[in-house]
Design a protein around this ligand. Structure first.
Ligand SMILES: Nc1ncnc2c1ncn2[C@@H]1O[C@H](COP(=O)(O)OP(=O)(O)OP(=O)(O)O)[C@@H](O)[C@H]1O
Length: 450
């Protein structure tokens, strides 16, 4: 099963089929599918694949490379000598940060190898890395010796919500939202899940060797030497503390400056900072959100219960009871994707060019979609609940009131609710009312795999 990634695969194939030297950097969070993508692109091509380890890479690499290029056995143990034997080949080095950790000079060495030996050949060098901090600073930044050598960069992102349907063609949209709250669009986690989801999760948590217990520690150690404060910040955010003040309060660090930590968490893509959609990007009032649902799920549902889980006395119902509330946040992300798909299909009253959250003091609008040129705005309330006529009326009244506070006075305004299940949607003809039943319109992807 190989889901989505067509664009990335196409880009990679173009590089592999070119008749000049190519140096491609592929990076993204662990478990996201970098290796699978790289290996898929060379499926029918001769190639050398090497997964860098913590030590002795020169020796190990030679052993792997000699399976394809026998003569490399005669090369002396040094990278420059190796690459002289590997000209015009496809070479994939996975977990490149391990090479950097073993020998920081590797960057200058590879610079020299490219400049002196490979530049004028047809060699295809592909390097992969999961540590976003290390790939950013040591490989991609303008300060890196490798800067200016790469001919392509592919950043691998999570799959979209709609792609979950391909993993689980028989699941309902409700179940898919539940799964998304746990696995986000990360293939490694999605692959592990068996339906029914709650049975799987209950079993997985009970397992003594479950990846759930160690995964986040493992991910964090990849990026930070001392993860304790970072973990506390992630816990704070996952429990709904989104402003700087709220996070500091949760941590009991009212007088400390935690902005360097937040900056690092943003850089390593654990969190993101959002500003109200109507503000300029330099606006001071940012809110912090956990970027992937798996991390949010861990800090909300697993981390606080680690002791009970370890002792074997944890009951999955503990998670179930809070999960719907947690999904409120997850469903906002899903609703945003749903609107973006409808927008692409021209199924909304106007084409928006911007979408995001809005807030001012205590007032908040889950999603606003705007076209500034046409002066049109869509205001959206997202509810992970079943709604009756009465609820819908109340929500629209409140949404109309809040929309007046935004300050888009001469805009044409549209209003929408996206809910889990909404009774009598047809009673609200002047509004855009959607529930999970409507997801088939926009999110149903053609199942491409067998
Ligand atoms: N597009 C995809 N569709 C379906 N399954 C996928 C896809 N991409 C990856 N997978 C599966 O997800 C798992 C993780 O993928 P892979 O090992 O390629 O990730 P990675 O980014 O290289 O991870 P790591 O950095 O942790 O080694 C694998 O079991 C793989 O088969």
């Amino acid at each position: 099963m190989f889901i989505n990634r067509e664009e990335k695969l196409k880009a990679l194939n173009e590089k592999l089929n070119s008749n000049k030297f190519e140096f491609v950097v592929i990076y993204g969070r662990r478990r996201i599918g970098k290796t699978k993508l790289a290996l898929k692109s060379v499926e029918n091509k001769e190639h050398i694949y090497y997964l860098a380890v913590e030590g002795d890479n020169l020796k190990h690499f030679k052993r792997y490379a000699s399976k394809v290029v026998l003569t490399i056995e005669y090369a002396k143990e040094d990278w420059e000598a190796y690459f002289n034997f590997l000209k015009d080949k496809i070479i994939i080095i996975d977990e490149f940060p391990n090479l950097i950790k073993e020998n920081p000079n590797i960057l200058s060495l590879f610079q020299r190898i490219v400049d002196v030996h490979l530049k004028d050949t047809k060699t295809k060098l592909i390097i992969l890395g999961s540590s976003i901090s290390m790939m950013g600073e040591k490989v991609l930044s303008y300060k890196s010796p490798l800067y200016g050598r790469k001919t392509g960069v592919l950043k691998i992102r999570p799959l979209k919500f709609k792609h979950l349907k391909e993993f689980f063609p028989n699941a309902t949209w409700k179940e898919l939202v539940e799964i998304y709250g746990f696995a986000d669009g990360i293939p490694y986690y999605l692959e592990k899940i068996k339906l029914p989801f709650w049975d799987y999760l209950g079993e997985e948590i009970k397992r003594i060797d479950s990846f759930l217990r160690y995964e986040v520690d493992f991910l964090m150690r990849y990026e930070f030497e001392e993860p304790t404060t970072y973990k506390k910040i992630l816990e704070a955010i996952s429990f709904g503390n989104h402003s700087l003040g709220e996070i500091k309060n949760y941590l009991g660090l009212r007088h400390s400056d935690i902005t360097p930590y937040l900056k690092n968490l943003i850089e390593t893509e654990f969190i993101e900072r959002e500003i109200p959609i109507t503000e300029s990007s330099k606006a001071k009032k940012g809110k912090y959100y956990i970027k992937d649902n798996f991390i949010a799920f861990y800090f909300r549902c697993i981390f606080p219960n680690l002791s009970a889980i370890e002792e074997g006395i944890f009951d999955i119902d503990e998670i179930k009871s809070d999960y719907n509330q947690y999904l409120g946040f997850v469903f906002e992300k899903v609703a945003k994707e749903f609107l973006i798909e409808l927008n692409k299909m021209n199924k909304l009253p106007f084409k928006f060019l911007n979408i995001g959250r809005w807030w001012k003091k205590e007032e908040e609008i889950d999603l606003m979609a705007i076209n500034k040129k046409e002066k049109k705005a869509l205001f959206v309330e997202v509810k992970w609940r079943n709604l009756k006529d009465r609820d819908v009326k109340k929500i629209f009244n409140d949404l109309e009131r809040k929309s007046e506070l935004v300050g888009l006075d001469n805009y044409e305004k549209y209003y929408s609710i996206i809910g889990k299940e909404i009774k009598n949607k047809e009673n609200f003809k002047d509004y855009l009312v959607f529930d999970l039943e409507d997801f088939d319109i926009a999110l149903n992807v053609k199942i491409s795999h067998p």
